[in-house]
Design a protein around this ligand. Structure first.
Ligand SMILES: C[S@@+](CC[C@H](N)C(=O)[O-])C[C@H]1O[C@@H](n2cnc3c(N)ncnc32)[C@H](O)[C@@H]1O
Length: 222
């Protein structure tokens, strides 16, 4: 069953997701199915997304939900653990990693406030596994003043992502930008409507070889 089918037929706890995220979830998360993985979702809502990740990822996955609201603790069940705290509190995030180890996937679906997204990303992103994935959802709030947003306003996560595109390409800036830990540990960034996804991984070497017969461009009759 596809994740989309699972979502639209859900009759368990409430899930609240934008429709257009589902193809992106399939693209970025399918490789983790049936693996021994740790997925952290910031923001439990009605608890249904935690159950959806458990169904999607299979019997070896550990799903960790983080939320401010104490009532979310009731969403704990086999393979699902919930910890109560603020996503912008580094000591809280540190305690979660100490307890559950390195996360393979982080999905930020929490407050959607720019300062909170930033704090979680700064602490968690470098600590995600070497080939893990970090997703930040609902970034339409990056354009909304009530969430610390605004069009091209410095400090919104959309603006941070634009700077990170340069950091991803730092090796090609001819010294204008020093490569960073982000440059070294990120393979790709994916910009969607309201969502940014980071795929972690290390390049072996950056080369652009030309391979093949130079005379074969237009077909060979000989
Ligand atoms: C949009 S809901 C999550 C929806 C859920 N992930 C789903 O897909 O159904 C946002 C959640 O973030 C929680 N939240 C808000 N501010 C937070 C913060 N600073 N730290 C942690 N969780 C927070 C809220 O209590 C709420 O449960």
């Amino acid at each position: 069953m596809s994740l989309w089918q699972d979502f639209v037929t859900n009759d368990q706890r409430l899930i609240h997701k934008w429709k257009h995220y589902f193809p992106a979830y399939e693209d970025h998360l399918s490789r983790f199915r049936n693996q021994d993985v740790v997925l952290i979702e910031i923001g439990c809502g009605g608890g249904g997304s935690l159950q959806m990740w458990k169904r999607f990822l299979g019997p070896h996955a550990r799903i960790i939900g983080l939320d401010l609201r104490h009532e979310c603790a009731a969403f704990s069940e086999d393979q699902i653990e919930v910890r109560i705290g603020d996503q912008s509190n580094e000591a809280f995030l540190e305690s979660v990693l100490r307890e559950f180890g390195t996360p393979d996937v982080v999905i930020d679906d929490g407050s959607h406030v720019m300062a909170h997204i930033d704090a979680s990303f700064r602490y968690l992103y470098p600590r995600v596994s070497r080939t893990g994935v970090y997703m930040v959802e609902d970034l339409h709030t990056a354009y909304w003043p009530g969430f610390g947003g605004g069009l091209r306003r410095e400090g919104t996560f959309i603006e941070t992502a634009k700077h990170l595109i340069d950091e991803l390409n730092a090796d090609h800036t001819r010294g204008a930008l020093e490569p960073t830990a982000f440059t070294r540990s990120t393979l790709s960034m994916h910009m969607y409507d309201s969502m940014v996804v980071f795929e972690r991984g290390r390049h072996t070497s950056k080369q652009a070889p030309q391979i093949g017969r130079p005379d074969a461009h237009y077909g060979s009759k000989g």
